[in-house]
Design a protein around this ligand. Structure first.
Ligand code: HEC
Ligand code: HEC
Length: 390
């Protein structure tokens, strides 16, 4: 038995180099397209609208607040209830659940600091502004500015952490305290950068012309990548190092929440953004030049925004099922089947659709899945946060 195992292992080892040597042929144009999905990791995100962005003291305060259920109305729900570290900062559920059931899936927070629109419909234009929403939403944490302000003033540790982060005692009005708590929370979230993956090693090897290193990437993964940037045109939307252009698209996912009620997607998001006192045109934007409010100032409601949702980044995608804004697809295989079979009648946008039924063969589908899974990597364990006031 032992000998048989050994022989099998030996044969496998002997066969491996030959199989592993193979790199597919990559044209100059393809290499350029692959190169656009890196390098990884990008430089740390810095948000000029947030005075404590990228500051160690702001990040520490935010990390403590992230798992503090006292921010919620009943003291039972924290950000970490739904965005769990052990589940890639999501919750493993099809639809979010706080004090009540939600209509959308909890997205992972990996790489969220590099976005410019937040939430599935882009209802916020900064990470801190989005962060205010779950604190106040009755279905999520059902907190209030008064409650957050009281916590920051009365808890000695938090008050001390606040003073270190903002350079003054927690003595602003309640709304200012809520905004600053959100800014610290945003500073922490922006540090959640996903680890390098097998794809990144391949991309860097390909760019450097190192065929030997490139050949460590599986052939099926390479074929899937070729489809992704070629025939299947996935990178029309899933573009750049995070595999998203940060904008919105319609890929024919249903928008009925329940009979008679729809999630209008981006169309609703633009309305909510315009109404928010916390958008970048408001008084809490720390960028005095206002340059970072350009996108918000120019956003226009178009009929075609109905049924559009934000293009999700694809790093760690295999690790945080379910998929889509409404969690309607359970596995990566289901997602690939959707793109293979989607009916044109399900697309609502006007103009030339970027999505059409691809009619993939079984082999092509499994190549695309293999490629998507090569964007996953186990994150290193996180040390517990340093104390607020050492
Ligand atoms: C009850 C579950 C729940 C809780 C609690 C919760 N979230 Fe979320 N989170 C969600 C859901 C669902 C969405 C998608 C919301 C949408 O698109 O409207 C989301 C979206 C987000 C996003 C947008 C991500 C992106 O890619 O655009 C951020 C950032 C975020 N949450 C941070 C937080 C923070 C910080 C807290 C704590 C203050 C928090 N969340 C509390 C469920 C939750
Ligand atoms: C027109 C732009 C567009 C194109 C082209 C496109 N996608 Fe998407 N993709 C999206 C949008 C938008 C969503 C989210 C839709 C929703 O939630 O309703 C999405 C969702 C996904 C998801 C689910 C991610 C998650 O976290 O829920 C995966 C995986 C994915 N796309 C892979 C692909 C692949 C593979 C291709 C090529 C076959 C592709 N996409 C082509 C826009 C696009």
């Amino acid at each position: 038995m032992r000998r048989a195992l050994l022989t099998t292992a030996l044969l496998a080892a002997l066969a491996a180099p030959a199989a592993a040597q193979a790199t597919l042929d990559w044209s100059e144009a393809e290499i350029r397209l692959v190169g656009q999905h890196g390098p990884w990791p990008p430089p740390p995100a810095r948000d000029p609208s947030n005075r404590v962005s990228a500051t160690p003291v702001g990040i520490v305060l935010g990390e403590h607040l992230f798992s503090d259920a006292r921010l919620s109305g009943d003291g039972l729900v924290s950000c970490a209830t739904c965005h769990q570290e052990g589940r890639d900062w999501s919750d493993g559920r099809a639809l979010g659940k706080g004090r009540a059931d939600l209509d959308r899936r909890t997205p992972s927070l990996w790489n969220v600091g590099y976005s410019h629109w937040f939430g599935w419909s882009g209802a916020a234009d900064s990470l801190w502004a989005h962060t205010i929403k779950p604190i106040l939403d009755a279905r999520e944490m059902a907190g209030s500015s008064a409650r957050v302000a009281r916590l920051l003033r009365e808890d000695k540790e938090l008050a001390c952490g606040y003073e270190r982060a903002f350079g003054r005692k927690p003595d602003g009005d309640d709304e200012q305290m809520l905004v600053n708590a959100a800014k610290a929370l945003a500073a922490f979230q922006a540090t959640l950068v996903s680890p390098r993956t097998r794809f990144d090693d391949f991309r860097d090897a390909l760019m450097a012309g190192d065929r030997e290193a490139a050949a460590r990437y599986g052939q099926s993964e390479q074929r899937g990548l070729k489809l992704f940037i070629g025939e299947a045109n996935c990178n029309a939307c899933h573009f750049g190092p995070r595999f998203t252009n940060g904008e919105f698209g319609d890929i024919g996912i249903g928008f009925f929440v329940r009979p008679g009620e729809v999630d209008a997607g981006r169309l609703g998001g633009i309305a909510a953004l315009a109404d928010s006192p916390f958008n970048l045109l408001g008084r809490y934007n720390d960028d005095a030049s206002g340059a970072n409010a350009r996108r918000t100032r120019h956003v226009r409601r178009l009929h075609s925004n109905f049924g559009e949702f934000r293009v999700p980044g694809l790093r760690q995608v295999g690790r945080s099922a379910a998929y889509m804004h409404n969690g309607s697809l359970a596995t990566v295989e289901d997602v690939v089947r959707h793109y293979s079979e989607v009916s044109p009648d399900r697309l609502h946008s006007d103009g030339t659709p970027l999505v059409r039924a691809l009619g993939l063969s079984a082999g092509q589908s499994s190549d695309l899945v293999a490629f998507l899974r090569s964007l996953d990597a186990a994150p290193p364990p996180r040390p517990s946060p340093p104390p607020l006031c050492p």
